[in-house]
Design a protein around this ligand. Sequence first.
Ligand code: SF4
Ligand code: ZN
Length: 725
Amino acid sequence: MSRIIAAAAIRGAHSVVRQAEAFYQKALEEKGGGAKVEFPETGYYLPMAYALLGAEVKTVEEVGPVLEEAKGLLPEPPSDRLWLPYLGNALDAGIATLLGEEIITALRYLYGTEPQPDCEGFYTDTWMRQLGIQLVDGRMPGFAAILGAAPTNEIAVKVIRELQKRNILIFVGSSVNGRSIVDQLLEEGVQMGWDTYIVPYGRDTITGIYPLNWAIRAALTFGGLEKGAGTKALLYTKARVHAFGLTLGHVDDIKYATGAGAINMGFPIIADTDIPEIRPTGICTYEHVVHELDYDQIVSTCIQVRGVKVKVETVDIPVPYAAAFEGESVRRPDMYLEAHLPDSIGLEYLGTRELDEIEDGRIEIVGPDFDDIEEGGSINLGTLVEVAGRRMRDEFEPILERQIHAYINRAMGLFHMGQRNLVWFRISKDTFAKGFRARHLGTILHYGLHNDFGAILDKVQVTIYTNREDVEQLRPEALATFEARDARLAGLTDEGVDTFYTCTLCQSYAPNHVCIVSPERPGLCGAYSWLDCRAAFEISPHGVNQPVPKGRTLDPKKGRWEGVDAAIRQHSRGNIETFNQYSIMLNPMTSCGCFECIVGLVPEANGFMVVHREHAGMTPMGAKFSTLAGMVGGGNQTPGFLGVGRLYLSSGKFISYEGGLKRVVWMTKELKEDQRERLQKRAEELGEPDLLDKIADETVGTTAEEILPWLMEKNHPALSMAMLF
Ligand code: SF4
Ligand code: ZN
C-alpha cells in the first residue's frame, strides 16, 4: 500500500526540484547571480536550508549549492516494478521537496509574487517568538497545516472551529481543482490572521513550506541548536512541535512529496480521502499517514494521531469558549453593544471577602440586561468579583483580577480590552443572537477562577452593575484598592527581601533558560513579577516558580549571590554557572525567546539601545529586532545583549552595574511614550531630569553615525561615562 505513496512522493519531489532548478536558472539570467534572495524579517536566511545544511543563502548564486544537495537526495524515479520498503527513500525525497519549495518561494519574493493576496506568506521570526510563550504555557497545544479545500464552505468552517475550540494554531492554504480553503473561509467571513490563530499561507502546495520552515526555526531559537544540525533539528521538531498536516480533497504528487517532508519533521498527515494509510510507527510519534472520512471525527482523529494533549473547556454559555478566540476582535458593524468611555463606564474589580460573606456561584445583574439595550447602543459595565477561600490572600487579588481580560476574550464574539477602571467591552450581534446575556459573563468568571485557582479559592460571586450611578458608587472602593496594590509593589526592593524566584516556564522550548525574578527585575516576557511568582509558588508549590534564598552576597553591585548561583546551576542542569542580575556586559542573564524588548550595545556611543518587539524598522546596531532576537535567544548568555520586559527599563536595577538608564542612547519612540511616566521618574532619581529628551529614537536616526552628532549636541551623559570596555 505504502508503496503507492512512496512512488507518488518521489514523483512529486522530482517535479518540485525541477521547478526550483528552472526558476533558479531564470533568476540567474534575469536578475544575476548577485541579486539578493531573502525572506522578510528573519535572521535564518532560508530557514530549512540553514537548519538542515547550515547554508546561509543571501544571493541567487548561493541557491546553487542547496539545489545540488536537493538533487543529490532525490531517489531514482520509481518504476512500477520497483519494490519500495514502506517509506524508505521517499523520506529523502521529502527533504529534497522542502529544500526545493523553499528555493521557489524565496525566488518568488525576489520577483515580488509572494505573499499572495490575503495570505501571510513567509512567517517572520517575530511571530515565532511571539507565539513562543503561548506554546510553552500550554495555551496552544499544537499546530495544524491544512492543505486543499473542503467539499463545502460549511465543512471548512466546521473543521476550523473544531480546531479553534482546542486552541490549535491553524495554517490554511493550498488548493484542490483551483479551490482553496483560504477562499472558503474568506467567503464565510471568518477572521484570519495571527490574532485569531488562523493563518493563511498561500494558495498552492509549494507555499506549504512556510509552516514547515517556521517550525524548523523553533529548533534553532528555542532548542539552541547550531545551523546545519540536520538530524537533531528534525528530532527537535518531532519531540517538541506538536504539528500535523490535514489534506482536504484529492492528494496529488506534490502534496505527497510535501507530506513526506513533513513526516521527516515528525508531523503525520491525515487525509479526508481514501488514500492508503501508513500506520507503522517509526518516524512520527504515532502513525504517518491516516485517513478519516467522517468530518465529525476528523479533528479528534488528527489530535489522537499526533498525540496532542488538549483540554477542551466546557463552560455553560451559548458560544464556543477557548483561548483561540482571545485575539479576535468585534468590529463596529458586527457589534451588538459596547461599554466604552465616554458614553458608558467599564470598571472591574476583584476583592477578597470572608467565607461566610458570599455565596459561591451567585451571579446577580443589577440594572438593564443586554436585551434591554438597542442594537448598536452602549451599556455601563461594573463587574464586582468577590472571592473567598482559606488560602486566599489580598496579594493574590491583582493576579486573579488580571485574568478577567483573558477569560472574557475566550468566548467567541466577545471583545475585552483594558483593566481596572479603563475597560472596553463589546459583544457581537451573532453572539448576542445566540443568547449570550450579562449573566454569562459571571458564568465565565466563576468557571475560570475556580478552574485556575481552585487551590486557593472556595467561593466566587459575581455582581454586574449596569446603571451608571451604581458603577460610580463602586468606584471609590475600587480605586483605593488599586492604589494600595501599586504602593505595595513600588515599595519592594531587591535588598528588602531575602528570597527571589525562578521561572522555568520557557524551558520546554529553551531547555537551559532560567529567569531569576526579583522585586526590581521582572521576568523578561513582562508577564511575571516577583509578587506573581510568589503567589504562583503558593498556588502550585511544585510549579515553575520556585523560591531562591539569596544566600551570601558575592557582589552587591553586579548582583551576584551564592544562593542564586546555586539555583541557576541546578535549574540549567549545570549549563550555566553564574550570572549577574544587574549587568549586561559581564555574565548577563540568559534570554529565552519571548522578551518584550532587546537591549544591545552601541559601542560608538558608549551606551545601549532598546528596541521593542513590535518595531519592524532598523536600529543603530545595524539589524532589526527579528535579526537581533536570533542572536540573543535560545537560553544563551550573550554579553552586550539582553532580552528584557518593558517594566524593567525603569527599574532602579536596570543594568545598574553599567550605569542604568543613563546609558540608554537610543530607544524606539513608541516604547519611550508607552513608558514615559515611569522612565521620567527614574531619570529624575538619577539626577538627569532631561534624560528622555537626550535619548535618540528612529526619527533622529537609525545608525550610530546618524545619532552620534545629535547625542553630542544634547550632551548625553553616556558620552562622558566610563568606557564600557
Ligand atoms: Fe519565560 Fe522568564 Fe517569562 Fe518565565 S518569566 S515565562 S521563564 S520569560
Ligand atoms: Zn521565554
